[in-house]
Ligand binder design. Sequence first.
Ligand code: FMN
Length: 211
Amino acid sequence: MHFDFAQTADGIAYKLLVATVMPRPIAWVVTKSVTGLVNTAPFSFFNVMGDAPPTVALGVSRARHGGLKHTAQNIRDSGEFVVNLVPFALADAMNLTAIDAPEGVSEADLAGLALSPSVKIAPPRLSASPVALECRLQQEVQTGPAQHQIIGEVLALHIDARFVLDAGRGHVDTPGLDLIGRSYGADYVRTREVFRLDRPSWRDYTSKKQD
Ligand SMILES: Cc1cc2nc3c(=O)[nH]c(=O)nc-3n(C[C@H](O)[C@H](O)[C@H](O)COP(=O)(O)O)c2cc1C
């Protein structure tokens, strides 16, 4: 079946995309408003886009009232944000911080989440999250009337030392992190089940064919 997005009804593209482009990692984003209030919200239109410099992107849609979501407004105002990653144990807390809280409410307080200071930027990280990326806004790209992408440079990565296997080589116990990803609607996935595929080289591939 073929869906031409120029012909589909409103909302269908969203449903098809999130039901198929999965699992999506979840950026649990902490920002600080101009008045100093700490804001926390999850975003699954998220990924790492490169490493030189380390770069991440977030896709943010407009809030229901038509204005910017607090996260987007705070990043525009301060140029800084922390992306915390979400382990299975914090799934409920993450979900609670997606609540449409009014101005002035700190979702981290609501969800009972402690904060730890970041090193390079003002917004704090979530103490319970095993991985946090300290990011500086690089560019904001408007891709539609009600959506934009936030591209950030990752200045530093904090990781719970329990999950570092070899700091010098950058080796991490990835399954141990037990991170979750988002699927469609209320469906999430866990990431503990892994399998290996070694990258092929042309030389090995052609020499095997000759054997
Ligand atoms: C798992 C999950 C992923 C989400 N991903 C996105 C997303 O990629 N983009 C978006 O605009 N909203 C997303 N949301 C909704 C926001 O988290 C929600 O609108 C939140 O209230 C925004 O908070 P803020 O106004 O404090 O920034 C997601 C919600 C959940 C639970």
